[in-house]
Design a protein around this ligand. Structure first.
Ligand code: SAM
Ligand code: SF4
Length: 420
């Protein structure tokens, strides 16, 4: 039996696309291998959102060059955001690669094969893309250049895919788009995310719905109402603020102020009590002084996010920031700022999680990690518990008896059956 190997880095969208490719390869009779040397077909699903990611991709390409020398029959393909529109140039630089294809696209040798591929036995939690590309052009971001303008998938297509995944065993669906708040603007009738959620919420057997990423300039009251009113939609939201200073936000071209963001957070928390809000931060953006950075720290202390993904600014070729603004924050300052945010956030999360001790939470069991069962709460917190029984793919109640800043541990009190 021939083998395939997919190497994926980057965002959830890449993970979703790799799952789709894997399903297609399985349909064609390939089986997965972790050992790249054994594979007949290798796909690199790449990310270039920061230079560090691009460096990893280039290292992997060097490894593939060596592999191709040893095993010239291995078919090699590259997709993801490394692939820009100058594919001829890529073939010139990496002649040992057989195919380059755009992020979200189909491998050229499979272009003609009809229906959307789906895993035969999906994981309990699966990603489903609802749109491709982005129209926002935040000044630091390479995504719109590599993934193109925003295109929404039709409602019926998404409903059909989710229905089928649930029939095959999925319990939780995470809808993905670079800006889920602008979903549907390009479709006839302009359905929004709230409308889509309402339909998906009615699919029997689907226990949980999540979505990311929201954009603070576009998130609507209607969506907040949908989170509050639809029982399958989890109390969790990803709302990247990127910086806590208006000067920096303006230079980033994010389209909102810190006051707008605060107002939105208040509205969300009033509408959906107990909701977990997570965010993304970039430190060391051009022009970020110590004082401006303090404003970000102050905002984080005030809002108390459930999680924060923090990254050091990395100039990306072709973006407005790389063209127009000097990368003037030294690397060691960026590193120190990143560490300071992580320290602050560890304190916030540690305190927040310790408040859950003694509480009972519902988790969806996704598998085993280091000898224990693992799942997440509706608010997306990782939970571990021990049990000799098989709880894979089940919703269970856990009474929390121990917490850290990063996870919760507890004892199972109940497995929730189909009667829900
Ligand atoms: N669409 C989402 C949004 O608006 O936040 C996420 C897109 S981006 C692929 C994911 C995260 O990468 C961003 O939230 C940002 O924090 C980070 N990022 C993007 N470009 C970056 C850059 N040039 N340097 C450092 N971090 C960057
Ligand atoms: Fe990039 Fe901004 Fe679009 Fe997110 S919203 S993908 S950060 S351009």
């Amino acid at each position: 039996m021939p083998h395939y190997h997919i190497w994926t880095i980057g965002c959830q969208m890449n993970k979703a696309e790799s799952e789709r490719l894997a399903a297609r390869f399985e349909e064609l009779g390939y089986s997965a291998t972790k050992n790249i040397g054994e594979a007949d077909l290798v796909v690199l699903n790449s990310c270039v959102v920061r230079q560090s990611a691009e460096d990893r991709v280039i290292n992997k390409l060097h490894a593939l060059r060596r592999l191709k020398k040893e095993k010239p029959d291995t078919v090699m393909a590259v997709t993801g955001c490394f692939v820009d529109s100058r594919i001829d140039g890529l073939f010139h630089s990496y002649p040992f690669i057989d195919h380059f294809f755009k992020a979200g696209g189909n491998p050229p040798w499979l272009e003609e094969t009809g229906e959307l591929a789906m895993p035969r036995r999906p994981a309990p939690s699966v990603y489903v893309n609802i749109s491709q590309g982005c129209d926002n052009f935040c000044s630091y971001c390479i995504v719109p250049f590599r993934r193109g303008r925003e295109r929404s998938r039709p409602v019926e297509e998404i409903v059909c895919e989710v229905g089928e995944l649930v029939k095959r065993g999925a319990k939780e669906v995470v809808l993905l788009g670079q800006n889920v708040d602008s979903y549907g603007r390009d479709l006839s009738g302009k359905p929004g995310l709230a409308d889509l959620l309402k339909i998906l919420n009615g699919i029997g057997g689907l226990e949980r719905l999540r979505f990311l990423t929201n954009h603070p300039k576009d998130m609507s009251g209607k969506l907040i109402g949908a989170i509050a009113g639809l029982d399958r939609v989890c109390e969790q939201i990803n709302l990247p603020v990127q910086a806590g200073s208006d000067v920096v936000l303006k230079a980033m071209k994010r389209g909102y102020t810190v006051a707008d963001y605060r107002r939105l957070v208040r509205q969300i928390r009033e509408g959906v009590p107990g909701i977990a809000i997570s965010t993304d931060i970039i430190v060391g953006f051009p022009g970020e002084t110590d004082a401006l950075f303090r404003e970000t720290l102050d905002l984080l202390s005030e809002i108390k996010f459930a999680t924060v993904h923090v990254a050091a600014y990395s100039p990306r070729p072709g973006t407005a920031a790389a063209r127009e603004l000097a990368d003037d924050v030294p690397p060691d300052v960026k590193k120190a700022r990143l560490a300071e945010i992580e320290r602050l956030q560890e304190g916030v999360q540690g305190e927040m999680n310790s408040g859950l001790r003694g509480e009972t939470v519902e988790i969806l069991v996704e598998g085993r990690k280091r000898g224990r069962w693992y799942g997440r709460t509706r608010t997306d917190k990782p939970v571990f518990f021990s049990s000799d029984r098989d709880h894979y793919g089940k919703l269970v109640n856990i009474r929390i008896d121990n917490t850290t800043a990063w996870s919760l541990q507890g004892k199972i009190t109940q497995e929730l059956g189909e009667e829900r």
